[in-house]
Design a binder for this molecule. Structure first.
Ligand SMILES: NC(=O)c1ccc[n+]([C@@H]2O[C@H](COP(=O)([O-])OP(=O)(O)OC[C@H]3O[C@@H](n4cnc5c(N)ncnc54)[C@H](O)[C@@H]3O)[C@@H](O)[C@H]2O)c1
Length: 355
């Protein structure tokens, strides 16, 4: 492996690359963007000018053949994640894949198989794990809170989110020539909302409180808005409930409360593009005191990229890794199945329980 910084190529110059990955690279001392690829030549040229990147590609395989590129960020629509990641790994590149890892859990298992064959690193773009408030809360729960017995999770997307984002982001550069999946994933709105927003919720729940063994869920639908509610059964015996609403006629809201035997945490997660750290209040039963950290380096997208560089170069475990990406998709499938059947859905653990 070449020395610092990690030489990166980005596949896809759409919204998430322009709003998150390119600004993250520009802030990073651990990563150098050496190549950009998008099928839309006019778009890749515009984004390359902003990112100050000399080498552009319209052909993904040509970028994969570029020996200077160590790792690829896959920032393409969901149905392309697994096939594009597999091609990258077979070409000897590590991958940071946008969330959700795949469209289905069985597709994610295919990716895990290719990862095993190639030995490449895979990290999934559930970047909230790299928000300093979340990191602090996770460590507190592990070290101080004891056995988790109650979890509450609320994630409400707002009908005002586009306006909120517009107030803080540069205008999106667009092209008529972008590549889209044959079947528009956004056409099936209920499924799309559950997966694209719900993946953050279920990944955060697992990150904070551990493996979920069963789910029972219901949904209400009104005027193009959905609200999923459900009961979570955790491997260590705890119980939790969640609400996922897309969208609410109200502010952005993402909140987690986790109660352990010896302590508890309350977390408020802001809209990601505001780049504020989550407010994590942690109560320690032993000292009978609250702790609330302030994390200065609060751009979760930048932190996830720096962490990914350390995964590749210092051999750290990816977070979330491919298994976490699989498990998140599996939980979303279970929610969907429970809504349809009205049944409690037990989660099959093909690799045993996560540690
Ligand atoms: N982590 C987050 O907070 C977050 C936020 C938004 C979107 N996302 C995820 O990011 C992903 C991308 O979303 P987006 O809104 O940026 O998509 P987008 O459609 O705006 O951009 C995707 C780009 O990829 C290009 N592309 C696709 N396949 C290609 C190929 N084979 N070769 C060359 N170019 C190709 C397209 O031309 C397009 O420009 C999605 O999976 C989405 O879920 C994550």
């Amino acid at each position: 492996m070449a020395g610092l910084p990690l030489k990166l190529g980005i596949l896809g110059c759409g919204a998430i690359s322009q709003f998150a990955h390119v600004p993250a690279v520009l802030r990073s001392k651990r990563v150098e963007l050496v190549a950009l690829c998008d099928a839309a030549e006019d778009l890749v040229d515009q984004v390359a000018a902003v990112a100050n990147v000399k080498k552009t590609y319209t052909d993904y395989d040509a970028m994969l053949a570029d020996a200077r590129v160590d790792a690829i960020v896959i920032a393409a629509p969901d149905p392309f994640h697994v096939p594009l990641a597999n091609r990258a790994m077979r070409a000897g590149k590590h991958v940071l894949v946008e969330k959700p890892l795949g469209e289905t859990s069985s597709q994610c298992l295919e990716l895990i198989e290719v990862q095993k064959q190639t030995g490449m690193k895979v990290q999934v773009g559930s970047m909230k794990r790299h928000d300093p408030g979340m990191v602090f809360a996770k460590r507190f729960l592990k070290e101080k809170a004891g056995l988790v017995f109650s979890v509450g999770a609320v994630y409400r997307d707002s009908i005002f989110r586009a306006d909120m984002q517009e107030s803080t982001l540069d205008p999106l550069r667009v092209s008529e020539r972008i590549v889209k999946p044959q079947n528009d994933p956004k056409a099936e709105r209920e499924h799309y909302n559950l997966f694209t927003q719900g993946v953050h919720l279920v990944d955060n729940v697992r990150y904070l409180a551990g493996e979920v063994l069963a789910i029972t869920a219901q949904v209400s639908h009104h005027n193009g808005n959905w609200s999923w509610h459900g009961l979570l059964e955790f491997a260590e015996g705890g119980r939790g409930h969640f609400e996922l609403t897309c969208k609410s006629c109200g502010d952005w809201c993402e909140r987690y409360e986790v109660l352990g035997d010896n302590g508890s945490v309350q977390i408020e997660v802001p809209l990601p593009f505001y780049h504020r750290p989550s407010v994590a209040r942690c109560y320690d039963g032993q000292t009978q005191q609250w702790t609330q950290p302030l994390g200065g380096r609060s751009n979760a997208y930048a932190n996830q990229l720096d962490y990914f560089a350390a995964v590749v170069q210092d051999d750290l475990p990816a977070s979330p890794d491919a298994y976490d990406g699989f498990a998140a998709v599996q939980l979303l499938e279970a929610i969907e199945q429970s809504v349809i059947t009205g049944q409690r859905i037990a989660i099959n653990q093909p690799f045993g329980e996560a540690t």
